[in-house]
Design a protein around this ligand. Structure first.
Ligand code: NAP
Length: 258
């Protein structure tokens, strides 16, 4: 029997990050999990004392090194979080800002680079990075949000990860939903072709719980190594859909490179 993989999840108090932590905890024979968080209070509200927690900030590399010491794999689930400026007036669109120190350039680019560099220095073998579909389109509305260019910065960080020499799995999710996982057929693609041509016109979305399952399986399945892909799900109960259970076969459909 092999030792469990030691995995650090950053953004562990985030909506997908917390699901990944919980799913890894449910497989103690395969994984030992740690969380990297910036709020100890938020983390203990979520996990109690069940998860070893490292408190820090991805902008501060010296807080990452202790969390990564002895880890086999890193799951990056940190992301810039836009905030609404004020409730919109009737008929107007809401306006967003990023908090000071929390722009996409600072979090989704420099913050991810800090994590990749710290992981490499710590001898981590594999990084799973969750990103977003839409990054091939500079005009994507998410890039205009608070002029943050979030998808552009995410994609630059993905390119850096690929060039790092570490094993990588880059999972670019469609629109995230807070719905149960394990009940849908997952579909993988590349270069936003699923956005341009969604099969049968289905919504280009996926439950966070399914993304978390893809992360867990990517840590286990060799076919996920050195791959980058988009992923969405068919709606639950979609006629002809076959619930995805064979993740190795799913990853076989994905390809290396950005
Ligand atoms: P989320 O809930 O917004 O979580 C983001 C996490 O990043 C939070 O835990 C946050 O910490 C952490 N974080 C931000 N700045 C940090 C810093 N400087 N140091 C340490 N931690 C920091 O994430 P999500 O909605 O589950 O999304 C997961 C990923 O999927 C993101 O990359 C997102 O862009 C991407 N995605 C989202 C959508 C969508 O529809 N929303 C679609 C496709 C892809 P706190 O908990 O302390 O705030």
């Amino acid at each position: 029997m092999t030792n469990p993989l030691q995995v650090l999840v950053t953004g562990a108090t985030g909506r997908t990050g917390a699901l990944v932590v919980q799913k890894l905890q449910q497989r103690p024979a395969q994984f030992t999990v740690r969380g990297f968080v910036r709020s100890g209070q938020k983390a203990s509200d979520r996990f109690g004392t069940t998860v070893p927690l490292y408190i820090g900030d991805i902008a501060q590399p010296d807080t990452l090194s202790p969390a990564l010491a002895g880890c086999d794999a890193l799951v990056i689930l940190t992301s810039a979080i836009p905030q609404m400026k004020a409730p919109p007036k009737p008929g107007q669109r809401p306006e967003f800002i990023y908090p000071e120190g929390g722009t996409p350039e600072q979090v989704d680019y420099h913050g991810q680079l800090n994590q990749i560099a710290a992981a490499k220095a710590a001898g981590v073998k594999h990084i799973v990075l969750v990103g977003s579909m839409g990054g091939t389109n500079e005009q994507h509305p998410l890039n205009r949000m608070a002029n943050g260019n979030i998808l552009i910065w995410k994609r630059k960080a993905e390119a850096y990860l690929i060039s790092s020499g570490l094993d990588y799995t880059i999972i670019r999710a469609g629109g995230l939903q807070d719905q149960p996982g394990g009940q849908r057929e997952l579909i993988v693609g590349k270069d936003d072709t699923l956005l341009a041509h969604p099969p049968d016109g289905i919504p280009t979305s996926i439950p966070r719980a399914d993304v978390a399952d893809v992360v867990v399986q990517a840590l286990l399945e060799p076919a996920a190594r050195n791959k980058a892909f988009d992923v969405i799900s068919k709606p639950e109960g979609n006629p002809g859909a076959v619930v995805t259970t064979d993740f190795g076969a799913l990853f076989e459909q994905t390809t290396p490179g950005l």
